[in-house]
Design a protein around this ligand. Sequence first.
Ligand code: BGC
Length: 739
Amino acid sequence: MKLIYIIFIILPLTLFSQSKTIEERVQELLSKMTLEEKVGQMTQITLQVVSKKQGTKNQLHELDEKKLEEAIVKYNIGSILNVYDVAHSIEYWHEVITKIQDIATKKTRLGIPIIYGIDAIHGATYTKGSTLFPQSLAIASTFNKDIAERIGEITSLETRASGIPWNFYPVMDLGRQPLWPRLWETFGEDVYLAQQMGMAYIKGAQGDDISRPDKLATCLKHYVGYSFPFNGFDRTPAYMSERTLREYFLPPFEAGIKAGAKTIMVNSSEVDGIPGHANYHLLTEILRGELKFDGFVVSDWEDINRLHTRDRIASSLKEAVKIAVMAGVDMSMVPYDFSFYNNLIELVKEGSVPMWRIDEAVSRILKVKFELGLFENPYPSKELLQKFASDEHKQFNLKAAQESIILAKNEKNILPLRKNKKIFVTGPTANKLSVLNGGWTITWQGNEEELYPQEKNTILEAIRLKIGDQNVLYEEGCSFDKELNSNKAVQKAKQSDVIVLCLGEPAYCETPGNINDLTLPEAQLNYAMKMISTGKPVVLVLVEGRPRLITKIFDKVQGAIIAFLPGMEGGNAIADILFGEVNPSGKLPITYPKYPNAIVHYDYKPIESYDVNKYDPLLPFGFGLSYTKFSYSNIKINKTEITEDDELEVSIDVTNNGSMKGKEAVLMYITDVYGQVSRPNKQLKGFQKIELNPGETKTVKFQINKEHLSFIGLNNKRIVEPGEFIITIGELQKKFYLK
Ligand code: BGC
């Protein structure tokens, strides 16, 4: 009888309900929901609110199950985020997520699962032992889209393996303000590079079906203009015209939306006096009207409240809620209380927020929950556990780190170093893992060195492994901002053949990373001068999240390597490059300035290189040396005149003329010679990373279409103008005309 019941009644019912479209399922569920249940879906709290004990170095985190039940059952909340405050073991994540979903699905009237969100910025940040990759700026330095895609895949798998289906990443903000403490969270200063890296990452993370157990929903952030604070401090105003916004800052988000990102997080600051969370024009007219984004929009941390408490554009928290919801925010990362929930219910009841707006927001949230398959299975997958932090992931991480490192100087081929030399390793970044990883590592700030996995290698440890303890002398010599024991260090330097001087920045994240001066702290520069004065050759290893100025010492060192937060395998990768086991192939995804006031991007305007003005950085965008020599020849185009509907094909031969196998990122730029608004000197419109054996030549091809030639014209709309264009690859150029 039971079997028959299952076959004839349950099965057809399930099949029938599954054959409904997601849209139908959303509408059906929505029609059953009360106002309170709906507003609950729009409410996100942080784990701290439902915790008994904070996780610390010495204490395990503990959930407060009573509070958790209250949040989910009484306040109907739809989402939880974050950790409190250190990474959990994967097993503990399983416990936490299971408890949460048990309550949501079994103890609430409609059984709607919770969507848990996390900042898995460079891997599953908050799961102990996860694979932690190079940060975004370092990913961009690889100029290798396959790396971004694979990092997306692995991060997704390890985050989902932890039971978490939603990642607040990728950062699609453009890194055009080098002082900004979140520069390293971006893919650099260039629009095209950021677009390509972001799209590749999303493809890897989401695949074509986010209900797959190893995929998750991504979140583009922080929409839009956040990354360009005038004064360089985090969460301070940006001033930009609509044209600048549309030309530079919006396109990476457009690309992310095209790539299918399911959610977007709002700019925590303000643009032209309008806080991100109050900007109807950006959040609704542009995002929904023009860009056709159909996922949901989440606020950033506490930012709806801040419309009242900080920005003073709302005279109460309640008014702030109204402004943000009506501007287009669908979910509030409140995150410490239920004020948003209470206020929004009141606002709807008194008619200040219309029901259609609530239904719209909730439908968008439910849609993503259905797409993620949370209604079918909201629980962590046990099968994925064995793939978590696998050896294969670690190997790939090492490869990504190797490709991200930039050889910035190599006078008289000081590098690679020979293994029989005596090396003096010194400086504040030589023997720490935190400096290789930066923020969003195990904790928010990433600066708790004791929490780092001891089996990973710092730069010093990796060098020791390469050449043996007996060949390595070490003295820290200098901290980030003060000299420690430089006399002892000078003595040791004198006993060595080469000094590997590791300078840079500590780990930081968001506002705590604000600085007043882009220059590397005096103490480090002075210490560098002491090392240089020993007369021993100095190889500078810079480990940092933004281009701290090193002009004072750069021409005095023989070699220099730049590592923009290369991740957990960064120490090994740097040693591989120092000793020539790997040929460096990273290139700068930003301009490295020479002077504090000479912050000019590579795609500068004609006027920035006119009369006495010039683009005169320490190192230009796209710069990076190799141990071999690549030469470019034979640039060809298949047409010299095209129409808007044509595609132009460009090809170029790249030859490895040196004696070492190596990878080369081939960068193609386009210059629009004349335009109705001033056009950039050149713009990156294609890149490919290839590998060549000594003596080998490969032909690299690029396609150019009208999108590559378009720009935001006088009327603030994207246009294409007929005229002359120049293609530049390496030193070679070709001209063509658009009819
Ligand atoms: C950051 C976001 C992050 C959020 C949640 C905020 O402070 O600006 O990037 O996703 O916190 O942790």
